[in-house]
Design a binder for this molecule. Sequence first.
Ligand SMILES: *Cc1c(COP(=O)(O)O)cnc(C)c1O
Length: 404
Amino acid sequence: MKDFSQFNDRYQSDLEGCAFETLAVRAGQVRSAECEHSEAIFPTSSYVFNSAAEAAARFAGESAGNVYSRYTNPTVRTFEDRLAALEGGEACAATSSGMAAIYAVALAHLKAGDHVLCSASVFGSTIMLFEKFLRKFNVSIDYVDLLDLNDWKNKTRENTRLFFLESPSNPLNDVADLEGIAAIAKAANALFVVDNCFCTPALQRPLQWGADLVVHSATKYIDGQGRCVGGAVVGSAELIEPVVGVLRSAGPTMSPFNAWVFTKGLETLSLRMKAHSENALQLAQWLQQHPNVKTVNYCGLENHPGYVLAKKQQSGFGGVLSFEVTGGRDEAWQVVDATRMISITANLGDVKTTITHPGTTTHGRLSEEERQKAGISQALLRVAVGLENIADIQRDLARGLDAL
Ligand SMILES: *Cc1c(COP(=O)(O)O)cnc(C)c1O
């Protein structure tokens, strides 16, 4: 067999000191002896060893190398190393979904008797996971006002082990003071976990503001084209090791094919997030002057309460906004139903623009009182702005808005 490896060394990139866009394209790639230019996919469940002794050493963790794809796969590792580089973290563990990432963090870092402080405005399934499952194992949870530092402080207990939030929040675009909350978590000796799904590392790197772990639904902007379901956890090697332990024992693993799609997604992440942010800002400004729009929630608008913090923490404002139409549920539904291009779906982070009525979908399981408390009226619509031409997105929303 020909040995090509001698030609290969030249092509292991030296990325010392390289910028985000460069890391997004090159970090984590380890070329095989075939010298492939694009990242290879390794769809293999297991690996062979040169001897019984080598197999024993690998299984015992005494020698580095692949063992079994539930917790070691080269394609998945490329994605993990690239995302870790982009978040500015030491290590990353990829998971089968965003929810699996949150669940793996909980399983790795919580035990019976612990207490979790969670922002009241997080993804609905996150609350379901905490309420339906963590409580079964005697982990207690309190919910706090994302924006109220005193609430975070006052609800911290002796046994609080984990702080959890998303910023900006969905669907109101509230922006958390990450440094302020990190200080409270640190004083309480609790892990500070940020779900960075809305911004991605292209716009915000929570570790830089004091977060201990970042979780992702790679399903959203990291894929960016609505193809694969996946997730990830990023942080120090010390905090990621127990998460890998969960993957090894419980198995919510990312498939090599999905890892490859996400790896290629990271290559264009910076460009896409810029374009999403530009389109969203233009749409927010246009909505703001429409006579049948009451309020617009987008942290890129100077009159939004989160604007100043977003300017500090983020390098862009993201692709998700919400707005209230004049009227109530019927009028909001009219705008949704009048669209002929925009997709009616609760998904986000896609090149295709999507629209949803939070009051009867993502937040439909809450009581009317809980919804009001969360600031989600029946007149509210959420748009995840895609990469179509902004004029076409506006025209599609104008069909319903002009008719109200
Ligand atoms: C979608 C989403 C999740 C869950 O991710 P999945 O990949 O669907 O499991 C978690 N957090 C946020 C903010 C999300 O938008």
